[in-house]
Design a protein around this ligand. Structure first.
Ligand SMILES: C[S@@+](CC[C@H](N)C(=O)[O-])C[C@H]1O[C@@H](n2cnc3c(N)ncnc32)[C@H](O)[C@@H]1O
Length: 377
């Protein structure tokens, strides 16, 4: 993707986020800035009604590639669903970050053919959507698609079920991160503040002493033989997320899918500026502070950190597989079926094209990883 500058005309929204920070009269930690920029109820990027995902949005995801992703995930989950349903009245599929609701539709479409009728009748689909404007938009999409029975809740505290299948695609990367920077002697926290230069305000980074004891605790085991300015993202918000997930059901099997790295890779010299990126219209925006509320902000998931948080909350963490190996294994029954039929029809050719994009290591197969979590299985 090419780096580009976003046009400088500041929108009312952008000024509003800057005004909010300006009013505080001090620098705020990066995660608080990211939360405002992405999720502020009035000015946030994700809470606005813009088109974000897909070729006509700012970035693509495996879901927006087409229905193949949901179909292959349905193949992966179907045996678990059948087995959970054998000992329970219902099985609940819970999705985090359903955005426009396409994955819900694609997975349930495929599951209607893959599990027995008696099991399908007992399947519930629940989207967890914490942000009120997004709940409204998602509800209207479900109604538009005739999926009125799909449920939307604001958090895991509204859920208390026996059996849960959990799916979250590209959610962990959208959860606000702290940023820390090595100053040659110790780690500083990267904060965000407003500067006023000749009457023109803009957001800039400022490096502050770490105040948070949780952050201090996390960085104490980090390497120190790094060059000055080395920057790393740390997500301290996973704890709450995994705790909430853990308490929502007795039995859970989940797949968290995202682009990310393992511990060692985070400290590669090639990533000395960290993994935080800003996107708009399929291009990288050079300055992530330049247009808060109008651009996406995201950071690679540190899967070793995410899995250790999941474990500390009580989950068993299964494999962390790349999307290539995960999808090729999950799709095996579908691919064998196609082979049996012989000449694929136009619909199958379309799905195979999507499949290639999803699994091919040079497209989405290598950078994306699937982390499995389990409770009570
Ligand atoms: C990059 S988008 C991915 C959307 C969709 N899953 C896909 O793959 O196309 C990230 C999504 O995560 C959602 N999100 C962020 N934090 C969340 C949370 N704590 N619970 C549920 N969804 C969350 C955002 O609102 C957004 O819809």
């Amino acid at each position: 993707m090419s780096e580009q500058a976003v046009d400088n005309g500041q929108s009312a929204d952008e000024n509003s986020i800057m005004s909010l920070i300006h009013e505080l009269n001090s620098a705020i930690p990066f995660d608080e800035f990211m939360e405002l920029a992405l999720y502020h109820p009035n000015y946030g990027y994700y809470t606005s009604d813009r088109k974000r995902v897909g070729t006509d949005g700012d970035f693509i995801t495996s879901v927006s590639v087409g229905q193949c992703f949901g179909m292959v995930l349905a193949h992966h989950f179907a045996p678990f669903i059948e087995s959970l349903a054998s000992s329970s009245d219902e099985v609940v599929i819970v999705e985090l970050g359903a955005e426009e609701g396409d994955l819900a539709k694609d997975m349930m479409d495929a599951l209607s053919d893959l599990v027995s009728d008696s099991v399908f009748e007992r399947l519930r689909y629940v989207a967890v959507e914490p942000f009120p404007p997004k709940r409204v938009a998602l509800r209207s999409n479900f109604i538009r698609d005739g999926l009125d029975e799909f449920e939307i809740i604001s958090g895991f505290n509204e859920l208390s079920v026996k059996n849960c299948i959990l799916i979250a695609n590209e959610v962990l990367d959208a959860i606000p991160v702290k940023r820390i920077r090595w100053n040659g002697r110790e780690w500083d926290e990267v904060c965000v503040m407003v500067v006023d230069e000749n009457g023109e305000k803009r957001l800039v980074e400022s490096e502050e002493r770490i105040q948070s004891s949780a952050l201090m605790d996390t960085v104490k085991d980090f390497p120190t033989d790094l060059i000055k300015g080395f920057t790393v993202e740390v997500n301290l918000r996973y704890n709450k997320l995994f705790e909430d997930m853990f308490s929502a059901s007795e039995i859970l099997y989940g797949c968290l899918i995202d682009y990310g790295l393992r511990d060692g890779e985070i400290f590669d010299l090639g990533r000395k500026n960290g993994t935080l990126r800003a996107y708009s219209k399929h291009g990288i925006i050079k300055d992530p502070l330049s247009s808060p509320g109008r651009i996406d902000l995201t950071a690679h998931v540190n899967f070793d950190h995410a899995s250790s948080v999941a474990r500390s909350c009580g989950f068993e963490v299964g494999s962390i597989t790349d999307q290539y190996h995960f999808l090729v294994k999950a799709a095996e029954p579908w691919l064998l079926e196609i082979e049996k039929i012989g000449e694929p029809n136009a619909e199958t050719v379309k799905l195979l094209r999507q499949f290639k994009m999803l699994f091919h290591p040079s497209v989405m197969g290598q950078d994306f990883k699937v982390m499995e979590i389990k409770k009570g299985i």
